[in-house]
Design a protein around this ligand. Structure first.
Ligand SMILES: Cc1ncc(COP(=O)(O)O)c(C=O)c1O
Length: 459
C-alpha cells in the first residue's frame, strides 16, 4: 500500500509525535515505515533502509523474527490478559521473573514489571524513597544523576534525565534531583588534563556534592553504563570504580539503567558486566522483548525487596503497580527473546562482529569532520567538529547533525544525530556485510556533510 498525501496530512493533523519539531514535520511530512525484514525496514514508497539504530536502540533481533510472532500468537490464544495484583499470577510472568533474575548481575533476585523504561526508572525512584522510609532513614530522599544521562520522560525519570531540552517548560526536574558531571572526556576535559586527572576531578566533584548536600540526605545515584541518548558516552577507564567506592562510602544506593545496554549490546549480557558494576537496582526494557511488545522490569536485591515487603505489611499492601505489569503476552515474547539470545549465543555473536563496527568507526577518525570516535560492542558514535584541535561543535541552529542524518537516509542507512554526535546502534543480529553497508552509508553521509559545510563556509 502506498501512503497517500492525504494520509500524511491526517498524520500531521492528528498524531502528536514524540521528540519532534512540529513545524519541520508539517513542512516535510512523516517518513512512513511499512514493513521490516532482518536488519532492514521499508518505507511506503518501497525504499529499503538498513536500520542502524534498531528502532530506538531496541529491536535487537531485527524486524522479522517469526518465533516472537508465534510466541505472541500462542499466548494470545491461551490467555491474552491477566493481572498480577493482590496475589494473582500467571506462568509467563513467573518464568520471566525467574529467568531474568538468573541472568542478571548477582544479587538482583526480584523483578517488578512495567511497560517502559521510564516507568521502570520512575518506580526505582519511588522504591528508593519507600526503602529509606522502611529502613528508618526518611531524610535520604535526594537523587543524583548525571548531565547528558537519559532515563526517560515521566516526572521522576524525566527529572533524572540530564538533558535541558527534556526539562524545558515541563517544570522539571523535581526538587529532589541533583545532577553531577557527565563522564565525557571529549566534551568536558580541561586543556592538558589526562583521562586519569579528569576521572579524579569528576569523582571529587561527586564527593563534594554529596558532602555539601549532606550524605544522610542522598538516597540513590542513577547511571547508564554507557550513556545512549546523551550521544553514546563511553565511561573512561576507572570512572565507575571511583564512583562506586564513593557510593559505598556514603551508603548510597546505585541504580543501573540498562535500558539500552542490557542483553548483549556492549558485548556482555549486561553493561554492568562490561564495566564491573554492582547495582542495587537495575532497569531493563527495549531489548528485553526485542521491542516487539512493550515490557520493562526493575530488578532489585533481597535487601530492597525485604524493605518493600516490610512496607506492604505496614501499609496493608505495596500500593504500586500498573495494569499491564507482566502482561502475559509481553512476558511470553520476552521469554522467547531471552531463549533466542541463549540458543543463538547472541553475546558471542556481538563479540564476534562488533570489532568490525568499532574498527570501521575508528577509521573515520581521520575524516576532516570527525573529532572523536566512541563505542563499545554494537554501539558507536562519531562526533562532528568544526575544529579537531578545539573540539568545537557546530552551531546547533545550523541543524548540521540532522543534515548528515538525512544524507545517510538518502544512502539507505538509518543513523541518528544527537547534537554533534552521529550514533549507530544496529540490531544485534547484524552480520559483517551489513556492518560494512552501514559504515559505507555513514561514510558517504559524512562526505556529503563535508561538501555541504565547506560550501556554506562553516569550516
Ligand atoms: C537509558 C534509557 N533509560 C530509559 C529510557 C526510557 O525508556 P522508554 O522510552 O521505554 O520510557 C530510555 C529510552 O531511550 C533509555 O535510553
Amino acid at each position: 500500500m502506498t501512503t497517500s498525501k492525504a494520509l500524511r496530512q491526517r498524520d500531521i493533523d492528528h498524531v502528536v509525535h514524540p521528540y519532534t519539531n512540529f513545524k519541520t514535520l508539517a513542512a516535510n511530512g512523516p517518513l512512513v515505515i511499512e514493513r521490516g525484514e532482518g536488519v532492514y525496514i521499508y518505507d511506503d514508497q518501497g525504499r529499503r533502509y538498513l536500520e542502524g539504530m534498531a528502532g530506538l536502540w531496541s529491536t535487537s533481533l531485527g524486524f522479522s523474527e517469526p518465533r516472537l510472532a508465534e510466541a505472541a500468537a500462542r499466548q494470545f490464544a491461551k490467555l491474552p490478559y491477566s493481572q498480577i495484583f493482590g496475589g494473582r499470577s500467571h506462568e509467563p510472568g513467573i518464568l520471566l521473573a525467574e529467568k531474568l533474575t538468573s541472568i542478571a548481575p548477582q544479587g538482583l533476585n526480584h523483578a517488578l514489571f512495567a511497560n517502559s523504561g521510564s516507568e521502570a526508572n520512575d518506580a526505582a525512584v519511588k522504591i528508593v524513597w519507600y526503602y529509606n522510609n522502611q529502613r528508618g532513614r526518611p531524610a535520604r530522599k535526594k537523587l543524583i544523576a548525571r548531565y547528558q544521562g537519559y532515563h526517560g520522560v515521566t516526572v521522576a525519570a524525566g527529572s533524572l534525565t540530564g538533558l535541558p531540552h527534556v526539562h524545558a517548560d515541563f517544570d522539571l526536574p523535581i526538587a529532589q534531583l541533583r545532577h553531577t558531571d557527565s563522564p565525557s572526556y571529549y566534551h568536558y576535559a580541561r586543556d592538558n588534563e589526562t583521562v586519569e586527572q579528569f576521572v579524579e576531578r569528576i569523582a571529587a566533584n561527586l564527593e563534594d556534592l554529596i558532602q555539601k548536600e549532606g550524605p544522610d540526605t542522598i538516597g540513590a545515584f542513577f547511571a547508564e553504563p554507557v550513556m545512549g541518548s546523551g550521544g553514546v558516552i563511553v565511561p573512561p577507564p576507572g570512572y565507575f570504580e571511583r564512583v562506586q567506592a564513593i557510593l559505598k562510602k556514603y551508603d548510597i544506593l546505585f541504580v543501573a539503567d540498562e535500558v539500552i545496554t542490557g542483553f548483549g549490546r556492549t558485548g556482555e549480557m549486561f553493561g554492568s558486566f562490561t564495566y564491573g558494576l554492582k547495582p542495587d537496582m537495575m532497569s531493563v526494557a527495549k531489548a528485553l522483548s526485542s521491542s516487539y511488545l512493550p515490557i520493562s522490569a526493575l530488578l532489585m536485591t533481597d535487601d530492597i525487596y525485604n524493605a518493600v515487603a516490610d512496607g506492604s505489611a505496614k501499609n496493608g499492601a505495596f500500593s504500586h503497580g500498573v495494569t499491564y505489569a507482566a502482561h502475559p503476552v509481553c512476558a511470553a515474547v520476552a521469554l522467547e527473546t531471552l531463549a533466542i539470545y541463549e540458543e543463538r549465543n547472541i553475546v558471542g555473536h556481538v563479540k564476534q562482529v562488533s570489532p568490525r563496527l568499532q574498527s570501521g568507526l575508528q577509521a573515520l577518525q581521520n575524516h576532516p569532520l570527525v573529532g572523536e570516535v566512541r563505542g563499545v560492542g554494537l554501539l558507536g558514535a562519531v562526533e562532528l567538529t568544526t575544529s579537531k584541535a578545539a573540539r568545537r561543535g557546530f552551531d546547533p541552529k545550523l541543524g548540521f547533525g540532522a543534515y548528515v542524518q538525512n544524507r545517510a537516509l538518502e544512502h539507505g542507512v538509518v543513523v541518528r544525530a544527537i547534537r554533534d554526535a552521529v550514533v549507530v546502534c544496529p540490531p544485534l543480529i547484524i552480520n559483517d556485510a551489513e556492518i560494512e553497508e552501514l559504515l559505507d552509508g555513514l561514510r558517504r553521509a559524512l562526505d556529503d556533510g563535508l561538501t555541504h559545510a565547506r560550501k556554506q563556509g562553516w569550516l
